[in-house]
Every structure is written in C-alpha cells, then in structure tokens.
Design a protein around this ligand. Structure first.
Ligand code: PAF
Length: 280
C-alpha cells in the first residue's frame, strides 16, 4: 500500500491502474468505510482512499478542531482491507494560498442538512471535485448514511459530466441499529443508548409504510412521536422527501421516499435515514 500526501505523487502513481475505485473519507475509519473499500476492491482493479478532514465543509461553530483523527489506526485498517493507495493531503495542498474557486450545487442543497449547515455542501462539492480531478477514479464510493450528500454528488457529476461512476453503498449499522459514524465516538454511555432512537423511529416508519401507509405527514408524525419519547434527544428535523429532488412529500407514490432526520443527543449531532423503495 502506497501512502502519499502530495497531488504530484498521486499523479505519478495513477497510470499504473486501468480501473481505480476511490473512497473519499475524513478518516477515523469504521466498518462502514471498510465496506466501501471492499466493494471497490470487488469492482475495480485497485482502490484508493483519501483521508482529509475538509475544513470548508464545517461551519464556524462545528466540530472541525475536535473531529476525531487517528491516522496510524486508519492506515492499519486500510492495509488489512487491501487498499492500494492512500492519499492524505495537507490543508494547503487542497487549499493553496489565494484559493478562490468553489462548486455550488443549487436546489437539492437548500433543504435538510443544507438548510441547517449553510455552506456545508459547497465545501463537500468543492473538495470532491478536486479529489476526482487529482485521483481520476473510474468509480467513486459513498455511503447511504449521508443521504443528501449522495444526492448532491450524483447531481454534480451529472450536471458537470464528470467522468466517474458514483456508487452508493448501504449504511452499516451496529447490532442495535445505530448507524456507524465517526461522530459516535463523542457519545457518553447513556447517550449511546439513547442514540438508538433514530433508527427505531426510521424503522417504525418504514414498517408503517410497508403495511400500506402512504401519507408522508403520518410517517413524519410517527417518527416525531418516537423521538419525543427519548429525553436526551433534541430533534432538528424529520423529513419524508422525494428521493431525488428532496422536496417534502404529501403522498408517497411509486417514486418512493427518503425518510431522514437530524437529532442532537447531548452535544452530538447525529443524522440517519432509510429509503422507501417500492421496487424492493
Ligand atoms: O462523507 C465524508 O466523509 C465527506 O463529506 C467527504 C465525501 C469525504 C468529503 O469531505
């Protein structure tokens, strides 16, 4: 496994692989990231992973400074997973002095996470574009856990005709349902227990839909009532939206829906989602 930090080193290494899968990450890897590496290994001749805690996608009052980091552990996990190239750029490699160019995806960034975290998706779209330009992957792998991010990146790749196939892999969960996230490390034991309320609410709403409920308001109400029963949970939003436009729905039709939520458990902000897919 090659570990490099500069753009020039990535560009030197790249031509040896006809097909390359890229897994962009912010490090502090968990089994969800490793599932993306394994999927990329199965589908591509080689796998590259980027590790970069991207400052432009954090708001001024967010957790950039305290975001968990453990590069040695990440590299050991990636070696075990059979990764070929790890790129760990520094901040000035990605944002050299005078940096002034950003990628803005409109409409689908105006709601949900985009409404709560102004500028977040501008930072994500910009850094992902740069990662794609440098690594030139055949395919790029993202987790369904960040549902709106997958919509934004698919929109951007289609709109700008970026030459990469975007692959979205299922959310990996703890046995009790909690979606894996690097931020779960912030949770105290009582908060960790309380955090199961997100998946419990989402799974209950999915069951209600499977039993025939088609009112989006009824599903939002069901999720809200389950969240309200958890004293440590403070709800930011609960959504039942169109899976591509992210517009809030009245009725769930043949397009299905994305059920999603952001909930604070103590000081930790967690997001989770499930897709209601009528074809499933
Ligand atoms: O999902 C993440 O970890 C980040 O948003 C990404 C895609 C690596 C961009 O910084």
């Amino acid at each position: 496994m090659q570990v490099v930090s500069t753009i020039a080193e990535v560009r030197t290494a790249r031509p040896q692989w006809p097909t390359l899968g890229l897994v962009p990450t912010m490090g502090y890897l968990h089994a969800g990231h490793i599932s993306l590496v394994e999927r990329a290994r199965a589908e591509c001749g080689a796998v590259a992973v980027s590790i970069f805690v991207n400052p432009t996608q954090f708001g001024p009052n967010e957790d950039l400074a305290s975001y968990p980091r453990d590069l040695e552990r990440d590299l050991a996990m990636l070696r075990d997973a059979g990764c070929d190239l790890v790129w760990t750029p520094g901040v000035t490699e990605m944002y050299p002095p005078g940096f002034s160019t950003y990628v803005e995806v409109e409409n689908v960034t105006a709601v949900l996470e985009g409404a709560k975290r102004p500028g977040h998706f501008r930072g994500v779209a910009t850094v992902v574009t740069k990662l794609f330009n440098v690594v030139q992957p055949t395919r790029a792998y993202f987790g369904q856990k960040d549902a709106q991010q997958t919509v934004v990146i698919r929109r951007m790749v289609a709109d700008l005709a970026l030459p990469v196939d975007v692959v979205i892999a299922p959310t990996v969960r703890e046995p009790d349902g909690l979606a894996l996230s690097s931020r779960n490390t912030y949770l105290a034991p009582d908060e960790r227990q309380a955090a199961t309320v997100l998946s419990r609410a989402l799974f209950a709403a999915r069951e209600r839909w499977r039993s025939g409920e088609r009112s989006a308001a009824a599903l939002r109400q069901l999720m809200q009532s389950i969240l309200a029963a958890e004293p440590l949970a403070q709800v930011e939003y609960v959504s039942a939206a169109h899976p591509d436009t992210l517009a809030e729905l009245e009725t769930i039709d043949a397009s299905g829906a994305l059920l999603s939520m952001a909930v604070r458990i103590g000081r930790t902000r967690l997001i989770d989602n499930v897709v209601l897919d009528p074809a499933e």
